[in-house]
Design a protein around this ligand. Structure first.
Ligand code: FAD
Length: 503
């Protein structure tokens, strides 16, 4: 078959892919974005684009017969997950031996399913993680650019203090403060003006209707409304959906050749295509991009890739847990799904933790305080290739997760002691599991900046091949990662468009 040729191809339409697509399009370079998920713009039989969290249907998860929600049980009961029919749904859970990774699937990647928390890391920790990057320039130019493009805003503190929808957060703040811990507001890309109208009854509820991990029908400024809309607006960018890149190789003239499977709604491969390009940008996310490059090196299609490809992966120290409150400390039946506050104990060098105060919107009072702890876990893992099956495996171990748990436990033991409270044992399966340490929302690394690539994301061993996504971040960034991923991608594109694409 003839190879369809384009000057530039971007794999994936999450943060890294969306930034690359926009900046290429603005520079007048014709660009094709290949996204394995679907475009989320058509309504189902219920008149909505995304299904609800309480009654998930086929739209919820990526080719599953049953949902796999992070919080699996309530009062040890299997009441959360539901049987569904296979479909290219919006949330995927990628399983490795001792760790599974939640990712978004669709035009917009993780922005479709995430909690919208838009946090700029502590400058000193960014400098520690990226010693070769000009930190001052990042905080002067690329972080502000990313925040403004993403539409970051903050909750009105007065409204926060008075609304029933954030009572759960205020209770957790009180308990942290009783333990002598400090809390901080966390910005978000959810439109808080819209949320206030939801609360007032003048706008259709989304964050106030439990919507988040299977998509928000309103209010959230996901990438399809920001970077990707602008990219399409340049007239130079095209997005192909339900097209999954299977392999990357290089033609004799130095251009790249991609083998791509086009999927239908049942997951069947209905066509295999070949695309060619001069410039190739990888934005498939930490596990998507790393798997593609590890396979390319080990199967010999890109043999000169650096040994650093497939290393330096971490979970951003993620651990989820719940505490049981006293009967008088009600958290409220009404809870907004967008977190707005974190317990900030990162400066505690003996045990650095940043813990997001997370909602548990069941519509009933349940006295649970839920948290997503980001711990400074120094453990890293590598990916390996199984030549017999073609599968890429992740070498993360249960012992490496135990390091995150130990750190989260130290902080929350302290909070429980100060408030004479205990943990909840009923939320993460039948085994009385307190700490959910077998999944992450924040996969980071695999093609670390300055290791697998040069200091700007140019992949070592090849020219005109770039990584722009979360695989550049060395396993930990101390806060929720998408602002960092976006800002680094902006920095890469600014450099590459000046230095690499001049005629
Ligand atoms: P992604 O956003 O993962 O995008 C990669 C895209 O590439 C996907 O659309 C994928 O389908 C596509 N793709 C992958 N492989 C291929 C292939 N071979 N062919 C074609 N397409 C491919 N972060 C925050 O900062 N704040 C939060 O509040 C937050 N909450 C989260 C909540 C959840 C439930 C989840 C899952 C994540 C959350 N995150 C949050 C993490 C954040 O969403 C990710 O860090 C971010 O999306 C990563 O961006 P990325 O560009 O690296 O890749």
């Amino acid at each position: 078959d003839a190879v369809e040729s384009t000057p530039a191809i971007v794999i994936g339409s999450g943060y890294g892919g969306a930034v690359a697509a926009l900046r290429l399009g603005e520079a007048g370079i014709r660009t094709l974005v290949l996204e394995m998920g679907r475009l989320w713009n058509t309504t189902g039989p219920d008149g909505k684009v995304f299904c609800s969290t309480a009654a998930p249907d086929h739209r919820s998860m990526w080719f599953r017969t049953r949902t796999e929600a992070p919080l699996a049980t309530f009062l040890w009961l299997d009441v959360v997950n539901k049987d569904i029919s296979p479909y290219p749904g919006v949330l995927d859970r990628v399983h490795y031996d001792h760790m599974s990774v939640y990712v978004g699937r669709g035009v917009g990647g993780g922005s479709l399913v995430n909690g919208g928390m838009a946090v700029t890391p502590l400058q000193s920790y960014f400098a520690e993680q990226f010693p070769t990057v000009d930190t001052a320039e990042m905080y002067r130019t690329y972080f502000p650019r990313a925040r403004s493009m993403l539409g970051v805003n903050t909750v009105d503190p007065a409204w926060f203090e008075s609304t029933e929808w954030y009572r759960f957060t205020r209770i957790s703040r009180k308990h942290a403060s009783n333990a002598g811990l400090k809390t901080t507001f966390v910005p978000n890309v959810y439109d808080f003006g819209y949320m206030e109208r939801e609360a007032a009854g003048s706008a259709t509820k989304s964050a106030l209707a439990g919507e988040v991990i299977y998509g928000n029908n309103h209010g959230k400024r996901s990438l399809d409304q920001t970077y990707l809309a602008s990219a399409l607006g340049t007239g130079n960018v095209t997005i192909h959906t339900l097209e999954r890149v299977r392999s990357i190789s290089r033609a004799a003239d130095g251009t790249y050749v991609l083998a791509v499977d086009r999927l239908d709604d049942t997951g069947a491969v209905v066509e295999t295509k070949e695309y060619g390009c001069t410039y190739l940008f990888l934005g498939g996310g930490s596990v998507g991009t790393t798997e593609l490059l590890v396979r390319a090196r080990e199967s010999g299609t890109l043999p000169a890739l650096d040994a650093g490809v497939g290393t330096g992966w971490g979970t951003n120290g993620n651990v989820m847990l719940g505490r049981a409150n006293h009967l008088w400390d009600t958290v409220g039946a009404n809870q907004a799904t967008m977190p707005v506050m974190g317990i900030d104990d990162w400066a505690n060098t003996a045990n650095p933790v940043f813990a997001e105060i997370a909602p548990l919107p069941t519509g009933l009072e349940h006295w649970v305080s839920l948290y997503l702890a980001i711990t400074k876990n120094p453990e890293r893992a590598s990916f390996s290739y199984d030549s017999a099956t073609g599968a890429v495996k992740l070498g993360w171990s249960a012992a490496q997760s135990a390091v995150s748990v130990g750190m989260a436990k130290k902080l929350f033991d302290r909070i429980n002691r100060a408030n004479t409270t205990i943990y909840r044992y009923d939320l993460f399966g039948s085994g009385n599991k307190v700490f959910a340490d077998d999944f992450t929302y924040h996969p980071l690394g695999g093609c670390v900046l300055g290791k697998a690539t040069d200091d700007y994301g140019r992949v070592k061993g090849y020219s005109r091949l770039y990584v722009t996504d979360g695989s550049l971040v060395p396993g930990s960034i101390g806060v929720n990662p998408f602002v960092t991923i976006t800002a680094l991608a902006e920095r890469t594109m600014a450099r590459v468009l000046v230095e690499d694409t001049a005629p």
